[in-house]
Design a protein around this ligand. Structure first.
Ligand code: ZN
Length: 480
């Protein structure tokens, strides 16, 4: 009996030490569930298995527009092809995540973005206003509509009923919320003006209490905008100065919510979330984790969004993409990219998130060794890992939220290079990338390791799309 107790005690002590030594208590990903229509429950379960391999404990799933509201069908009509709108499974998915020791927070934006910006289709008088009193322009990513004016009682009622449905009727097993303040179209009507965030705060306070009624241990992440009174990044308005409830956690982003040392000290927890896992390199993931750590933030939840919707509007300034299904991480969303997170390229960034979440100062050479071991097994030469890291950089070269690198899509490359009049040296760099891909495809054409063969296949597939044309020639030939 005694040795067993001793073993349990040792295990407990080890767990305690490891837990207290970890730089981030919340580790995981931010995912826009509603913009990934093709994934059904089996694919999502496999995604959660991937995230469990990454040793994460928190997943943000941004939900509005992605579930079949009974009260407000207008919120999901634009998204009827979404697997969860057709067959509600997210509750089961949350249970599955729990079994893998991952907590799930439901994300939404008060008065804006997907699902919610559809309300003005039926009630146009709710649209937020510009300073001149006219309604704001239509905008969106996937879901196009209008932000709501938070000062109108009807906007507050719709938000509250919709959110109550999400939290109480649909997903009462969720572990909390991310309340993500909008980064566009702040209402400037005569009632809102400098008090926009006070009106928004009314909803934030209410929904937090609703969440804590359902689950007193819920994590509720909010933006700093309601408490600091400081200028809001990207807008010519100041935040509110409302009382801060220390049960809240704070959410910081590089583009719209900057670190605030005083609030970080007072909050239950705090999180940093940036775009680098999708748009950057492993080095960028490391830098972001270091920055979070230096500012005393206790969670690192980078975006890992993998869009698979079909755009209905010009997005990212590019008409070319309208009507063409997005390619998550450059993969075909209807084939190998249906569950994109175990693709070879995204695995690089998953590994970066895993390793730098545990040690933001991990030397890069050590990261390369660990990545090599995870992907290829131990090896004497670092050639394969250098090639894989080069490919990861190629996949994100000139990428943005709307597309992976134009290197992967010659037609997009052509219209883009022409319109922006890309200089010769930039076109030349694309030529060099393609030459490098040819070398990689040949180097591993007869490899025995499946990951090396996959590198060869991915490289070859891109080569074939260019059909022996160099990017610089292709761009020039297409000139009208
Ligand atoms: Zn207003």
């Amino acid at each position: 009996m005694l040795p067993r107790i001793f073993r349990v005690l040792c295990l407990w002590l080890t767990t305690l030490c490891v837990a207290s030594g970890e730089p981030f208590e919340l580790r995981g990903y931010y995912i826009t569930f509603m913009r990934m229509p093709v994934m059904g429950l089996p694919e999502w379960k496999r995604a959660v298995d991937c995230f469990a391999e990454d040793d994460v404990n928190t997943l943000i799933l941004w939900m509005p527009g992605g579930f079949r509201s009974r009260k407000f069908p207008v919120t999901w009509r634009y998204n009827e092809e979404h697997a969860n709108v057709r067959q509600d499974f997210a509750r089961e998915l949350i249970d599955y995540a729990h079994a893998r020791k991952i907590r799930v927070l439901l994300g939404f934006t008060p008065f804006g973005y997907d699902g919610i910006n559809q309300f003005p289709l039926e009630q146009p008088e709710l649209k937020a206003k510009k300073a001149d009193g006219s309604p704001v322009d239509k905008f969106g990513i996937h879901c196009w509509g209008w932000s709501l004016c938070p000062a109108q009682p009807e906007s507050q009622r719709l938000m509250r009923e919709y959110l109550r449905e999400m939290i109480v009727d649909f997903y009462p097993n969720a572990d909390g919320l991310l309340i993500e303040s909008s980064d566009y179209n702040v209402c400037q009507c005569s009632q809102c003006g400098p008090r926009h965030y006070d009106h928004e705060f009314g909803l934030v306070r209410w929904v937090s209490d609703e969440m804590w009624k359902v689950n007193p241990k819920a994590t509720v992440l909010v933006y700093p905008h309601y408490f600091t009174g400081k200028k809001i990044p990207g807008f010519d308005v100041h935040g509110a100065k409302q009382p801060f409830d220390p049960r809240w956690g704070l959410f910081f982003t590089p583009h719209s919510a900057h670190f605030d040392a005083d609030l970080i000290r007072r909050a239950q927890t705090s999180v940093f979330s940036g775009p680098e896992a999708v748009l950057g390199s492993p080095q960028d993931v490391a830098k972001s984790a270091q920055s979070a750590r230096q500012h005393g933030v206790r969670g690192f939840l980078p975006s890992f969004e993998a869009f698979s919707y079909i755009p209905t509007h010009t997005e990212g300034g590019e008409k070319f993409i309208v009507g063409k299904r997005k390619r998550p991480f450059g993969l075909d969303a209807e084939r190998e990219g249906k569950m994109p997170f175990d693709g070879l390229i995204p695995r690089v960034q998953r590994s970066a998130v895993r390793e730098f979440s545990k040690d933001p100062d991990l030397p890069f050479a050590e990261f390369e060794k660990r990545l090599q071991k995870q992907v290829f097994g131990p090896g004497d030469s670092m050639q394969n890992i250098r090639d894989l890291l080069a490919m990861q950089q190629m996949w994100t070269q000139d990428a943005n939220w709307y597309w992976s690198s134009p290197l992967l899509e010659p037609e997009l490359f052509r219209v883009h290079a022409q319109r922006q009049n890309w200089p010769a040296d930039k076109l030349k760099r694309y030529d060099q990338r393609l030459v490098q891909l040819r070398e990689i495809s040949q180097r591993y054409a007869t490899a025995t390791h499946p990951a090396e063969l996959e590198m060869s296949r991915l490289a070859r597939e891109v080569m074939e799309r260019w059909r022996d044309r160099l990017p610089s020639e292709f761009a020039a030939k297409g000139q009208r």
